[in-house]
Ligand binder design. Structure first.
Ligand code: HEM
Length: 900
């Protein structure tokens, strides 16, 4: 057909929401998590189940797109989109459901054939288009006709797509003519779904919607309409979607003995208890959907919490503010009904729901009664989960038997009872800590406040999706995730919905101002573009390389040499921090030098940076943000120190900017300065933006590399064999001088650094704030304003991502062939599984620079020196803005015997 084609391969498939659970990739068949179904009455288009039989058709010219109406009629006709749009437009709210919905459950009784569906091959949408009854009038078939003059009794819809069941031919299906010509049946030729043009997965540009009937009759990508004497002879009418009794199997089946299935039966499904593990005894809310075919309303939904012995009636709803009455004119007769009930559940129970429609049809009690070989119309009572409860979190209550907490527990239990109705916990598929009305998880949070990283890691590991929802008094609702699909969604797929946001700016704004680290939107985009340009310029890399060589050769190695001679204990972390500070100041500002020797005082600028970043970080960890806000307002304590430190940093950087500008004005012909500041000035930026950008860069580059190297040296001291292998790799390099190219060959070193950062990431967690309601790929609902935290520290410790030996420092896991890592190649690890440098559009700009620097410094040190920690206990990881080792890493330096 002109203007549209059905491809023969899957190379032009449309993008799809990552949270869909894929039941078959080609053709694409997928359903959303159950929570998406009950989160709104009208299902979002991207979360609507996708049911396909072949590659998705492609429209190349909508103006030329048309379809034929022919067969047993007097005046066949070709209709274009404009002809359909000329007819009165109707919006019909109707569910669409695959007849195989819940096939997986039926398969558990006895094997069935077909795509396996959970309970979500259903959705409710507002379909916009012309009534088929009006369209058929254009070819001379009056309303309410059951037979045309030429004997036509059925209307066949033929699609443009190609499917294997039809031997590469198009998908097709039919409905009786009387239904097609009955305006009350609301059969549509739809071009809109939820107010927008249909998308490709749902039949763009035109599809059929047959309300109340199994989805297989609502043909997509309409290519032609035929008026036939008999029903359509296609595969999906004759060899599928028929209801056989349980005695019929694939050996004795006779397809012609049964009619094709049309209306779907009455059904209800519980959607809220998706994650059985997260249910605790006490009050729970049970919600789901109920629907019946043929436009019959839902008279009742009954829920039983004792396996069907006794029943309670659930409340039903469609549109907010309008009470639902089945078969009333205010109700959407083709749509589903959402039901909800709050019940008190004991320790162990079985919860089931059943719907009764307006014709008194009752949902079957069990699957055996309705088993059929294709598992069609499989709508028995769900769900027969066995919930076995144990008293959760007992140890928490025992350990908080101080007066303070006993009082709190009693007080809040009372509040619990009173406020239960107004403070229902959010519906979510994710796990979380023990949470109470009003206070949320404050008790667990308080108990674990000194070990938050490990606490979060533990509850994430317990969660089936490695995601938890944390709500506590005084803090916004926070979703913490160690799920790589969620991380990809937040950092890349729906990047625009997850900016750092105002809460982040509130905390760091006083220090970082409008610097790249602290802004979103256009301001960020502009700085990112400028900075990416500068970072990718070869001359900045050359400048960085020559600065690095100079700092290592003339500062670092001589200092280590003298420390080795005196066998003095030195804080390696402080030494490396000062080294990184010098490097980043030189690269960003072109000046400054802090004395490397930790026994000497650090430069005032370095100290001011330390103070400002530490106090800013503590703001974000404060249990109540009001405390620091009040201190800031009065100008006392830590907030006063922060103000002074920020002023010192800004005055210093502004001084350098003025000095640089003066020099550049005096010496116009020599503008080729290599440092970042000179480049920002040359680009003509506003002075405040230049200052804040430079501060952001120093902030980003100063403690991150030193933290990574400190942890690596400690890990190597615990794994001498790996250190030996590293020294071999470094000494095996052809060139005795390290340079940019030779550094790239140090694969084991890179793997060791990655492995060290997996366990001890320099940025342990990082948060974004949702602009609008959303749904993460694992089904966790996000509300506008929620904090979404991705958690590299926890991710490095997830068995699901790194295997059972996640806790081992094993650089070989980064190699394609772990057994032969000398000369071997490194694996490409998904950046959303290892988001240590963040990932997506906001990925760390200094990643390459950081690796060069770390490789160079570690290789230079290991080549000549051995680092011997003087403490044997495991160091403590502290996550401030950038993480560090509590108390530093005290070591003695020894010269390596075989050093070159
Ligand atoms: C091991 C070393 C490093 C690690 C693990 C690291 C990690 C990160 C992370 C996680 C972020 C995202 C932070 C956020 O959005 O809140 C980031 C951003 C950034 N990093 Fe790094 N970083 C490292 C070294 C460096 C270095 C040496 C520089 C520069 C000289 C640098 C420059 C930046 C910049 C400019 C951003 C902001 C990017 C943006 O917002 O568009 N980083 N880094």
């Amino acid at each position: 057909m002109p203007g549209i084609k059905g491809p023969s391969d899957y190379s032009q498939e449309p993008p799809r929401h990552p949270c869909l659970q894929i039941n078959s990739k080609e053709p694409f068949n997928a359903e959303p998590p159950r929570s998406a179904l009950v989160s709104s009455y009208v299902t979002r288009v991207d979360l609507f189940y996708k049911r396909n039989h072949g590659p998705i058709p492609v429209v190349d010219d909508i103006e030329r797109y048309c379809f034929d109406i022919s067969g047993l009629i007097q005046t066949p006709k070709k209709l274009y989109m404009r002809d359909v749009r000329m007819l009165p437009k109707y919006n019909v709210t109707a569910i669409l459901q695959c007849a195989g919905n819940r096939r997986t459950a039926m398969s558990k009784t006895r094997k069935v054939r077909g795509v396996g569906w959970d309970v979500s091959a259903i959705g409710n949408a507002v379909w916009g288009g012309a009534k088929l009854a009006d369209v058929l009038e254009l070819v001379g078939i009056p309303k309410l006709t059951s037979r045309t003059q030429s004997g036509g009794k059925h209307v066949e819809f033929v699609s443009i797509d190609k499917c294997k069941e039809e031997n590469g031919g198009p998908y097709k299906a039919s409905i009786p003519l009387i239904q097609a010509t009955n305006p009350e049946a609301d059969v549509l030729l739809a071009y809109e779904m939820n107010g927008e043009p249909l998308n490709r997965d749902h039949g763009y540009p035109l599809r059929v919607i047959v309300p109340g009937v199994i989805g297989a009759r609502s043909v997509k990508w309409l290519d032609s309409i035929n008026i036939l004497a008999e029903e359509c002879q296609g595969f999906f009418m004759q060899k599928d979607y028929k209801m056989f009794p349980p005695s019929v199997d694939w050996d004795n089946i006779n397809w012609s003995t049964r009619r094709p299935q049309m209306d779907f039966p009455v059904q209800s499904v519980i959607c809220s208890l998706e994650d059985v593990q997260s249910i605790k005894p006490g009050k729970i809310t049970i919600s789901g959907y109920a629907a019946s075919g043929g436009g019959r309303g839902i008279e009742r939904v009954d829920v039983s919490i004792d396996g069907g012995k006794t029943w309670l009636e659930a409340s039903r709803s469609q549109k907010t503010g309008i009470p639902y009455i089945s078969d009333h004119e205010s109700s959407d007769k083709w749509a589903w009904v959402l039901f909800e009930i709050t019940v008190d559940i004991p320790h162990s129970t079985e919860i089931v729901a059943k719907a009764v429609d307006s014709a008194a049809n009752v949902q079957p009690e069990n699957v055996q009664d309705i088993w059929n070989l294709r598992a069609d119309a499989n709508f028995f009572m769900l769900q027969n989960h066995q919930f076995i409860f144990m008293l959760p979190h007992m140890e928490i209550f025992f350990s908080v038997l101080t007066f303070k907490f006993v009082f709190l527990s009693v007080f809040f239990s009372l509040l619990h009872a009173v406020f239960w109705k107004v403070c229902k916990p959010p519906k979510s598929s994710a796990h979380g800590p023990a949470t109470y009305p009003i206070i949320g998880c404050l008790i667990s949070f308080h108990k674990n406040r000194h070990r938050l990283l490990d606490w979060y890691t533990e509850i994430l590991a317990e969660s089936a999706t490695n995601t938890v929802v944390v709500s506590r008094l005084g803090a916004r609702r926070t979703i913490v995730t160690a799920n790589s699909k969620n991380v990809e969604y937040v950092l890349k797929t729906n990047f625009n919905n997850f900016p750092k946001g105002k809460p982040f700016r509130d905390i760091l704004g006083d220090f970082l101002g409008y610097g790249i680290f602290n802004v979103d939107g256009e301001l960020w985009r502009m700085q990112r573009k400028l900075a990416s340009h500068v970072f990718s310029a070869g001359c900045l890399r050359e400048f960085m390389m020559s600065t690095l060589k100079d700092e290592v050769r003339n500062q670092l190695l001589p200092l280590l040499d003298s420390l080795a001679d005196t066998s003095k204990v030195v804080d390696l972390q402080e030494l490396l921090k000062r080294f990184a500070f010098n490097m980043i100041c030189k690269v960003s500002l072109g000046v400054d030098r802090c004395c490397l020797d930790p026994s000497q005082p650090a430069s005032p600028l370095n100290k001011a940076f330390d103070t400002a970043s530490e106090i800013s970080a503590k703001r974000s960890a404060a249990p109540l943000f009001l405390v620091w806000k009040v201190k800031k307002w009065i100008g006392v304590g830590s907030e006063k120190r922060l103000k002074d430190a920020v002023e010192e940093v800004r005055t210093y950087v502004e001084g350098i900017i003025h000095h640089k500008k003066r020099k550049m004005n005096e010496n116009r012909e020599k503008l080729g300065e290599e440092d970042l500041l000179s480049r920002l000035i040359m680009a003509g930026n506003n002075e405040e933006v230049i200052r804040d950008m430079a501060i952001s860069f120093i902030m980003a580059g100063r403690d991150t590399t030193s933290a990574a190297m400190t942890w690596l040296f400690w890990l190597l001291s615990c794994h001498p064999f790996i250190e030996e292998e590293l020294v071999k790799e470094i000494n095996n390099m052809e060139k005795s001088m390290l340079d940019y190219e030779s550094l790239k060959g140090l694969q084991l070193l890179k793997a060791s650094l990655c492995e060290s950062m997996r366990l001890y990431p320099p940025v342990a967690w990082d948060s974004k704030h949702a602009m609008a309601d959303d749904l993460l790929p694992d089904g966790t609902p996000v509300r506008a304003g929620d904090r979404v935290t991705y958690f590299p520290y926890g991710m490095g410790r997830m068995e699901a991502l790194w295997g059972k030996d996640w806790y081992e420092f094993r650089p070989s896991r980064w190699f394609i062939e772990p057994a032969s890592y000398h000369g071997g190649s490194l694996k490409k690890i998904c950046p959303y599984k290892f988001p240590v440098f963040q990932a997506g559009p906001r990925v760390c700009l200094g990643k390459e620079m950081a690796f060069i620097q770390m490789n160079y410094v570690v290789a230079s040190i290991l080549r000549q020196f051995e680092i011997k920690p003087v403490v044997s206990e495991k160091p403590v990881f502290v996550p401030l803005l950038t993480a560090h080792m509590a108390g530093g890493l005290k070591v003695v330096i020894q010269k390596r015997n075989d050093s070159r």
